[in-house]
Design a protein around this ligand. Structure first.
Ligand SMILES: NC(=O)c1ccc[n+]([C@@H]2O[C@H](COP(=O)([O-])OP(=O)(O)OC[C@H]3O[C@@H](n4cnc5c(N)ncnc54)[C@H](O)[C@@H]3O)[C@@H](O)[C@H]2O)c1
Length: 352
């Protein structure tokens, strides 16, 4: 599948590297609002730089648009690409509003093209192994989950962090464990959230001061329809601490995934009979870190095989409803009901 990247910022080199290494994917085009960025990316990884989104969408060699723009531009860019008849794979979140996300799902169906969305860290070896153990009953019925997205001060490494601060840590990084957990256990039915700003005045790497618009510290409780209760923390203040993982607690034991993002995360099992957490081998040799193209490869294979792709837009739209519900809850102080649903993705064949 021939790929056109829209948005050639911080994450784009990691995607281009991963696309170059993936069988069946080829970078053929790129564009960015900022002059020179598409040319720099294509000079390094191949493909044609386009001066605008319109000319990239008019390029017949592009089969799929990979939308790596800032979150505020996701819905508009994806809608234009779907209208142009391209498949789309978007970075998270699918959109900033639930109605926009739903419109994208419907637009893709009307145009007969695929729409997929990150995060796809659920497709990692560690995450698939944890899910397999849960399905096999290794910890019995899971009833409580703790998960942490302590992401630190992102201005310490990201050259232009303002767009990510504008959406806040729940939307930027809390979205990873929310997607994994709803993928494993099914849709959420209620969310209750608390947010505050711990450090409102920040400074970029180039010494430009800026003020936060969204909370930098969020705690959310999700009730999943199947009965699991999730307590999640997402911050752009607490550094990568000892807690950046997932704890799944069941009637017969607990599973600990040290990080929910790395495909080679440490995985440990605690028996309800006591003792200490013990390491669990992964179902196959893991990829080191995050393989950014894995969800895109699955989407390409799903088209050929005529099956649903795993990183579905319906799932991503449900996650957007949860994020918006959490935002409403932070303002109102009360719980917010979640109404949408989605088909859970199938486990990968090597982790069935
Ligand atoms: N940076 C990371 O480590 C990281 C990791 C995972 C996911 N992501 C996600 O990737 C996306 C991009 O993040 P980033 O860190 O690369 O941001 P960035 O700000 O560095 O890059 C975004 C790029 O998109 C361009 N852009 C914005 N609107 C556009 C439009 N309408 N048309 C064309 N180009 C447009 C900007 O000029 C910029 O070059 C975000 O959704 C983010 O959540 C980033």
């Amino acid at each position: 599948m021939r790929v056109g990247i829209v948005g050639c910022g911080d994450i784009s080199r990691r995607y281009a590297t991963s696309i170059a290494a993936a069988q069946g994917l080829e970078l053929v085009a790129a564009t960015d609002l900022a002059a020179g960025r598409a040319a720099a990316l294509t000079a390094e990884f191949g493909g044609t730089p386009h001066a605008s989104l319109d000319t990239l969408l008019g390029d017949d060699t592009v089969d799929v648009v990979v939308n790596l723009t800032a979150p505020q531009a996701h819905a508009g860019v994806s809608a234009a690409a779907l209208e142009a008849g391209k498949h789309v794979y978007s970075e998270k979140p699918l959109a900033l509003r639930h109605d926009e996300a739903r419109e994208l799902v419907e637009l893709a169906a009307r145009r007969g093209v695929r729409l997929g969305c990150a995060p796809t860290t659920m497709l990692g070896e560690a995450q698939q192994t944890a899910w397999k153990l849960v399905r096999e009953g290794a910890v019995g019925t899971v009833r409580a989950v703790y998960t942490e997205a302590n992401w630190g001060r992102i201005e310490s490494w990201h050259p232009t962090p303002q767009a990510l601060y504008a959406v806040g840590p729940l939307v930027d990084v809390g979205v990873y464990p929310i997607t994994i957990l709803t993928g494993m256990f099914g849709p959420a039915r209620r969310v209750l959230a608390y947010g505050t700003t711990l450090e409102p005045d920040r400074v970029t790497l180039s010494d430009a001061p800026f003020r936060l618009e969204a909370p930098d510290f969020v705690v959310a409780v999700l009730e999943l329809a199947g009965g699991v209760v999730v307590r999640l923390t997402a911050t752009f203040y607490v550094p990568e601490s000892k807690q950046r993982g997932l704890e799944l607690h069941g009637d017969r034991g607990s599973l600990f995934l040290a990080t929910w993002d790395a495909f080679d995360s440490r995985l440990e099992l605690l028996s309800a009979r006591g003792g200490a957490y013990a390491p669990v081998p992964l179902v196959r040799e893991p990829y080191g870190g995050i393989e950014w193209s894995r969800g895109l490869v699955d989407l390409a294979e799903a088209i050929v095989e005529g099956r649903p792709h795993r990183a579905s837009a319906e799932h991503a739209a449900h996650v957007v409803e949860i994020l918006c519900g959490a935002d409403e809850s932070m303002r109102s102080g009360g719980p917010v009901a979640i109404g949408s649903s989605f088909e859970q993705p199938a486990p990968l064949p090597w982790a069935r």
